[in-house]
Write a protein that binds this ligand. Structure first.
Ligand SMILES: [Cu+2]
Length: 464
């Protein structure tokens, strides 16, 4: 023991890089019996993925998936943690790991602008299963957009070996439209504050654990699921239809309860559930607040191959009963619906939703104290001729510093918006300045070209 402490002081712990996995996979158990210095590199990626069949959503992720990468370390390890924020991202982010002892769980030390990376180091004092999440303002919005995952601090005495380990995290999502509305659906701050989700899903999508992507197992095997709840708002009544948890490490700690039907997983909390696959069939993972399952997407599957045990269960398949339209698996599209009409002309609303709405909100209403409104803003409503060039400049170069909009003060950072050529920018600005009660004459491609050229050092997007 003393030797190990001394070695740590001298920085002589053995070093290794953590294995990180995408859901529903879990890194292999750690077999070493002494502490190590573990290097973790996590990258924040903002990207469009499917929230349900045909429903796209701009997720903010730790590592490209929702939940983010599964992190596995061992009790007593010293962790050198790097958070990278990809240069194409639009916002600063950070990370609060509930496994960290220290202010903010790392949040203040990892606040990172796009195109930067930050480092801090912590010692994992407590074993257990912990949520990590982004804690950048507005915090609720970062969490609601998918910025959470699990870190497992394996106890010094590891849990018994099982045949399969899986990673499942529930989350609630807030869009203006109700469940199932096709196309890119923007985040709704109003619904999030009212705690009225349109989606409640496992692993970031109603499609993530069904059809081809269902969890798998064989009769006779033992299964352990590391369950988390990213929230931001709802508590999960986690249940597997057709199974009884032989053991639950409730709240992700080290104590167990046996023979459990449903376990509560609080927002920002976890549980480890274990069960043996006694007979074959399809078992359904649900939040037993059951409207969420049948109407909002919290439905996953585990397909267990036989031979079945007719003495334990004999009956018909469950699939038909629980497979609603929304849960029929289709392959997940990686690309967003293009911001163009069928004729190839850019579509102002679609451009706004992909370039501006994540901050200024779907209806241009903004977020008090963080993002100024564009709807009925005194600035845009009275867009005098001389200000049209300034508007082009704000979009192309971003904006910082104190401003007052409709009597409210803002002092934030808007990063430059990339990827807009003159035609797209004209279409976008026409939409922004002529919708939600704003009334300015349309921007033409020619006008935008001239205004852009009047800003000497900004080159056209994708230009020569
Ligand atoms: Cu964030």
């Amino acid at each position: 023991m003393h030797v190990i402490v001394l070695a740590a002081l001298l920085g002589a712990l053995p070093e290794e890089k953590a294995v990180l996995t995408d859901p529903p996979n879990v890194p292999p158990p750690i077999t070493r019996t002494t502490p190590a210095k573990v290097l973790i590199e996590l990258e924040v990626v903002e990207k469009v993925m499917q929230l349900a069949d045909g429903v796209d959503y701009t997720f903010w992720t730790f590592g490209g998936s929702v939940p983010g990468k599964f992190i596995r370390i061992r009790e007593g390890d010293t962790v050198e943690f790097w958070l990278a924020n990809h240069q194409n991202n639009k916002l600063p982010h950070n990370i609060d790991l509930h496994a960290v002892t220290g202010p903010g769980g790392g949040a203040a030390s990892t606040f990172t602008a796009p195109g930067h990376k930050s480092r801090f180091t912590f010692m994992a004092l407590n074993p257990g299963l912990y949520i990590y999440h982004c804690a950048t303002a507005p915090v609720g919005m970062h969490v609601a957009n998918g910025m959470y995952g699990l870190i497992y601090v394996q106890p010094k005495k590891p849990l018994p070996k099982v045949d399969r380990e899986y990673y499942v995290v529930q989350g609630d999502f807030y869009t203006d439209a109700d469940f199932g509305q096709k196309g890119l659906q923007p985040f709704s701050m109003k619904r999030a504050i009212d705690e009225r989700p349109s989606y409640v899903v496992f692993n970031g999508s109603a499609l993530s654990l069904v059809g081809e992507r269902a969890l798998k197992g064989k009769v006779g095997e033992t299964v352990r699921i590391f369950v988390g709840n990213g929230g931001p708002n709802l508590v999960s009544s986690f249940h597997v239809i057709g199974e009884i948890f032989d053991r639950v490490y409730f709240e992700g700690g080290t104590k167990t309860q046996e023979h459990v039907q449903t376990t509560l997983v609080p927002a920002g909390g976890s549980a480890i559930v274990e069960f043996k696959l006694d007979t074959d069939g399809t078992y359904i993972l649900v939040d037993h607040s059951i409207f969420r399952t049948f109407n909002k997407g919290s439905l996953g599957m585990m397909k267990v191959e036989g031979p079945g045990r007719k003495d334990i269960y004999s009956g018909k398949e469950v699939d038909e009963v629980y497979l609603g339209d929304e849960s029929v698996a289709t392959s997940v599209k990686a690309t967003p619906s293009a911001a163009a009409t069928p004729a190839g002309k850019p579509d102002g609303k679609a451009l706004y939703l992909t370039s501006c709405a994540m901050c200024h909100q779907a209806e241009g209403q903004g977020v008090p104290g963080a993002f100024p409104p564009l709807a009925k803003s005194d600035y845009l409503a009275n867009l005098a001729n001389g200000k049209r060039g300034e508007l082009v400049e704000i979009v192309l170069r971003g904006k910082t510093g104190k401003i007052t909009v409709n009597g409210q003060e803002y002092n934030g950072v808007m990063t430059a918006v990339a990827g807009l050529d003159d035609e797209k920018l004209a279409t976008l600005l026409t939409y922004v300045t002529s919708t939600w009660g704003n009334k300015a004459p349309a921007f033409t491609t020619d006008e935008v070209k001239k205004l852009r050229e009047a800003l000497p050092e900004v080159k056209p997007a994708g230009g020569h």
